[in-house]
Design a protein around this ligand. Structure first.
Ligand code: PRX
Length: 630
């Protein structure tokens, strides 16, 4: 497979990918291990929200991530693991060990009745076993559904029940900085409401000795002793499900995005190698959690399918001090480092001495993902971490996309701070105006859509194809709508300006306002609430909640703390509102719709011009809200 590595190669690849997408992707796909070749490359209809790639092709992604590397790199490190605890030795798991462990997990799952097509929930800390769990599922064709270990039991219940998981893989606890999260206790609470779950396998990590329910709960180490290191790879159709991953929507419950085996594998491999220009033997580190799409595609499947050494880090950037990332880079001589703007901004706020203490000269490429990176953070990252000579690869993409969409190519694309820059080969963006017309010229601003399928586009929302169609394919018929706004400058470079719907990106994590509102409303004192985002120095966006109580609160501070706790319990700590303003009414139109634009302005601290408020049922509430702004 030819990875474009010069400007002219990129332009050629891009042109070719548009002129002849099927040949373009077929040529790339040829390079993988297939059990049977596809008979047709692509079938698609964006009006019906239907896409299929490599039709009739048979494969198993784990053979491509593991087995095919064994002849040449059995002893190469596949996963380099760094503990949360600085005193605990790092681990280097070779491709051979990865093979053994993945097959064992696969056999363990089989021994507990898991078959191809069954859903398995993975709720685990950032330990190598989380990757074994994912790949173990994939080995036997079970569909994994990871839930980020920071989510609460309520979130776990929703996700387990939506896809009717049969088994949960978890750990007794997780360490994050100086905090310990009792994962098994959270799972136990969730499982009171999850009738589909028959078995739970628990990894011992925090030694917190959780209660184990006889017949349902099993220790990982006991079960792994009973099984062999050999497990044949299940024959999977290119369009069989590989995993489900939930992402917040602007309305309703999280959406279970469905990714399938063939196209996903081809795309994450190609984009990993292209955007980062990955070279043999480089040490690669993506700081995301495997519970998010970034971890799926660019800690596990992308790098391992490319035979890379991928780093998994259990800890957090700020513990034991603000130099932790830089210390890990020095320790493992990391070459490619990929993190999020929220982390960059928080580390930028710390004294530079935390950076200067460490030798970062191994770095060659540094990346960013999850939210728009502001120019100041981009400059700081480029200058202080990349020392001015590592390209900043600002990758724009989404859970629904599976892999990078708009991104510079390292040492190929000329960089512009805060621009995700140009579409990768195979990606055909369209900037739309509010009326649904495509803006064809440059120097424009609009809504970002994609007009042609790429191999790793999500195929549906688990169990709800209509919602998939309505959410992504109805705004601009015939096109995939991203929900993001963007600018395209005079050079055709894209700059993502943020969400244009009711999703807030908090520290790089999507939060649906409706989801947070319904959690706030669970507090017995709350009658109604409305949530909007506001600019936050570190998190990018913070959560601002306007709350109506049944009675004027006696102790506002106490009630705020209680509401935050309620949200934390129902969704997870990441969804806690940063600011809560108690109000007696919300700005509603006569048809009962909340005029969020007004609330957004108040939350942003910009109340000079609130626009036309004459259509409001009671324009007086606006004055009160303005005066009480936090
Ligand atoms: O708004 C965009 C923002 O994150 C959203 C997707 O979030 P999620 O599905 O959680 O995936 C995050 C990791 C891929 C997008 O709609 N976003 C992601 N990357 C960028 C970004 N915004 C600007 N620049 C980026 N590089």
């Amino acid at each position: 497979m030819k990875i474009p590595s010069s400007q002219s190669e990129y332009l050629d690849a891009y042109k070719n990918s548009v002129a002849n997408p099927e040949n373009f992707w077929a040529e790339i796909a040829e390079d993988f291990t297939w059990k049977k070749k596809w008979s047709e490359v692509l079938q698609w209809d964006f009006h019906k929200a239907e896409v299929k790639w490599f039709i009739g092709g048979k494969l198993n992604i784990t053979e491509n991530c593991i087995d095919r590397h064994l002849p040449s790199r059995a002893n190469q490190t596949a996963i380099l693991w760094e503990s949360n605890d600085t005193q605990e030795p790092s681990k280097k798991i070779t491709y051979q060990e990865l093979s053994d462990q993945v097959c064992k997990v696969a056999n363990m799952l089989k021994a507990h009745g898991i078959k191809k097509g069954d859903r398995v929930c993975i709720y685990m800390p950032m330990v190598p076993e989380a990757a074994y769990a994912m790949l173990g599922c994939a080995r036997i064709g079970a569909v994994h559904s990871l839930v980020f270990a920071g989510f609460s039991s309520g979130s776990l219940v929703d996700r387990i029940n939506d896809s009717k998981c049969k088994l949960v893989l978890t750990a007794d606890g997780a360490h994050r900085g100086d905090k310990k999260i009792e994962l098994k206790t959270i799972v136990d609470a969730a499982l009171q409401h999850c009738p589909s779950v028959e078995k739970v396998v628990v990894l011992e990590r925090s030694h917190s000795k959780p209660a184990m329910k006889a017949g349902r709960d099993f220790w990982w180490h006991d079960e792994m002793k009973k099984v062999s290191t050999v497990c044949p790879a299940e024959v999977m159709d290119a369009e069989d499900l590989l995993f489900i991953l939930y992402t917040s929507g602007s309305t309703g419950k999280p959406k279970g995005m469905v990714h399938t085996c063939g196209g996903y594998m081809v795309y994450v491999n190609y984009t990993f190698r292209t955007a980062f220009q990955y070279k043999e033997k480089q040490i690669y580190w993506c700081t995301a959690d495997v519970g998010w799409i970034t971890g799926h595609s660019y800690i596990v499947y992308g790098p391992l399918s490319a035979g890379a050494t991928t780093t998994m880090f259990e800890g957090i950037p700020s513990w034991p001090d603000m130099g932790r990332f830089w210390q890990v880079i020095e320790k493992h001589k990391v070459n490619i480092f990929y993190t999020a703007p929220t982390a960059i901004r928080s580390l930028q706020a710390a004294p530079l001495s935390f950076v200067e203490k460490y030798n970062l000269s191994s770095l060659q490429v540094i990346g960013s993902v999850g939210e728009p990176i502001n120019e100041e953070a981009w400059d700081w990252y480029h200058k202080n971490i990349g020392k001015g000579n590592c390209p900043v690869i600002d990758t724009w993409w989404q859970t629904e996309n599976g892999g990078f969409m708009i991104s510079p190519i390292a040492n190929v694309t000329k960089l512009k701070p805060a621009f995700a820059s140009l579409p990768l080969p195979g990606v055909q963006p369209a900037v739309m105006d509010e009326k649904g017309n495509e803006l064809l010229e440059n120097n424009i601003e609009g809504r970002l859509a994609i007009k042609f399928p790429w191999p790793s586009i999500a195929r549906t929302i688990y169990g709800d194809h209509q919602r998939f169609k309505d959410t992504y394919f109805s705004t601009f018929p015939g096109k995939y709508f991203t929900g993001d706004g963007c600018k395209r400058d005079e050079d055709g470079y894209y700059r993502i300006t943020g969400r244009v719907d009711d999703i807030i990106i908090v520290s790089g994590h999507n939060m649906g306002t409706a989801e947070v509102e319904s959690a706030i409303d669970e507090h017995p004192a709350v009658a109604e609430s409305a949530v909007v985002g506001f600019p936050h120095d570190i998190k990018g966006q913070g959560i601002y909640a306007f709350v109506i109580c049944y009675q004027k609160p006696n102790d506002a501070e106490k009630l705020r703390a209680e509401i935050k706790e309620t949200v934390s319990k129902i969704i997870g700590p990441i969804a806690k509102p940063d600011k809560i303003q108690f109000v007696s009414g919300l700005p509603k139109t006569r048809s009962g719709k909340i005029m969020r634009r007004i609330l957004r302005k108040v939350a942003e601290g910009d109340t000079s011009n609130l626009g036309d408020i004459t259509t409001l049922l009671d324009p007086n509430v606006v004055e009160e809200i303005k005066n009480g702004a936090l």
